[in-house]
Design a protein around this ligand. Structure first.
Ligand code: ADP
Ligand code: MG
Length: 412
């Protein structure tokens, strides 16, 4: 009798527990199934935790101590040309240090040794000597950033340096030494191909130039002047800019070569075809994922920037002849320097005021310089004595950029 009573009670308890579970299930189902808001909150939460995971796992070029660093600075010194032989004043040591000798005191090797006080030393995240290839730069500084783009993060890579120092060579490269634009694109398509849901991805690209504070579409034969607009969803956008869907890296390279032929150039002593404009190749990787509850779109943006010769910034200050067509040509470069200065200053409290709005280029690059973006600056220098002052200016500029620290994780 006693055993029967216990059995009945147990069954009643089991029934009640089952009922509770059922009721809970129906509440959860109701919330999940009917409420779009809950779905959105859940997918947003998944998205944020995914970004946190990526940021935590993102390998940093210079180790744990700089886990929050958003700008990586690398120096690339090009080889001497035949005409420049014997006039080398730059040394790269231990993959990180750049030593520049004052040309007045470095006529021969003995002088260089005796006048060590005339050396200027700078340390960077990485430094690449004349024997290094674009692939070396890419492997050490860029490849980790590119995998983030495929997973929905933003990244900016820009080449900064005086005319003839090797910016375009570094970004575009040659057939035997492909540049960072080419290598990045190949990696993007390789990573997509390896993903088991590769059909969820869509890659598109645009290519623009900023010349004299006017934006032109390099993918259009004769581009109109384009304007910037603030979009509540996507931030700063260039209205009317052509955005082409691409299915292979080769297709983008074709477009890139076509766009480059449309860039505004001039003949200079340093470089037969020096670019007067800043060129920005923007690659967007979109992933549409269908989850149980909603459709999720992740968007990663990679901006690859080949800047105009940095000597133009000093030309603007001294009112150089080449600037007859307006001081605007350098406005973007000066504004970029001011933004880098502002971002590099140590902050006591709150956020720094960064004058992004002062030029078209800085407005376009705003997302790439601040917040949750991975940024790599490749400063290119020439090893020849006649470029001594330009080389020092580039190294000083890069040294300031090194100080930029954005606490990425706090911004999310
Ligand atoms: P920039 O774009 O900075 O004005 P370029 O990229 O056009 O300069 O380079 C100037 C010259 O130096 C070009 O003739 C280029 O082929 C050469 N050059 C630059 N970097 C290298 C390199 N790493 N190896 C060989 N040649 C280089
Ligand atoms: Mg160039």
């Amino acid at each position: 009798m006693m055993m029967m009573m216990i059995g009945i009670r147990l069954r009643r308890h089991t029934f009640m527990v089952r009922q509770y579970v059922f009721q809970l299930q129906s509440i959860v189902n109701h919330l999940f199934g009917c409420s779009k808001l809950v779905n959105n909150i859940i997918s947003y939460h998944i998205y944020l935790s995914e970004i946190h995971r990526l940021l935590r796992s993102s390998p940093d070029l210079i180790g744990d101590s700089c886990a929050f660093k958003s700008i990586k600075v690398a120096i690339k010194c090009r080889p001497l040309t035949e005409r420049e032989q014997g006039r080398d004043i730059v040394r790269v040591k231990h993959d990180k240090e750049v030593v520049v000798l004052d040309p007045v005191f470095s006529k021969d090797y003995l002088d260089r040794i005796q006048n060590r006080t005339k050396e200027k030393n700078y340390c960077f995240d990485r430094a690449f000597g004349p024997g290094c290839t674009n692939l070396d730069v890419y492997t050490a500084c860029i490849s980790s950033v590119i995998s983030g783009v495929v997973q929905g993060l933003n990244a900016t890579v820009f080449a900064y340096g005086s005319t003839g120092s090797g910016k375009t060579y570094t970004m575009v490269g040659t057939k035997s030494d492909p540049g960072l634009m080419v290598l990045s694109l190949h990696t993007i398509f390789d990573l997509i191909k390896k993903d088991k849901n590769s059909d969820e991805f869509e890659v598109s690209c645009s290519y623009l130039e900023v010349y004299n504070e006017v934006i032109y579409d390099l993918l259009e034969k004769s581009s109109a002047h384009l304007e910037l607009r603030e979009d509540p969803m996507h931030g700063i956008v260039v209205a009317g800019l052509r955005c082409i869907k691409v299915h292979s890296a080769d297709k983008i390279l074709e477009l890139l070569n076509l766009g480059n032929s449309r860039r505004k150039t001039e003949n200079t002593e340093a470089n037969g075809t020096s670019s007067r404009s800043h060129a920005v190749l923007e690659i967007t990787v979109k992933r549409r994922q269908k989850t149980e509850y909603c459709n999720q779109v992740m968007r990663g943006k990679l901006s690859l920037v080949d800047l105009a010769g940095s000597e133009r910034a000093s030309e603007a200050n001294s009112g150089g002849q080449k600037l007859r067509d307006g001081a605007n040509i350098n406005r973007s470069l000066l504004a970029l320097a001011n933004c880098i200065n502002a971002l590099g200053k140590p902050q006591k409290k709150g956020l720094a005021y960064v004058p992004y709005r002062n030029s078209k280029l800085t407005r376009i690059l705003k997302d790439g310089l601040s917040g949750n973006s991975q940024t790599v600056m490749v400063a290119t220098i020439s090893p020849v004595d006649s470029q001594y002052h330009h080389t020092l200016n580039t190294l000083k500029y890069a040294d300031r950029a090194k100080k930029i620290k954005t606490h990425i994780q706090k911004n999310i």
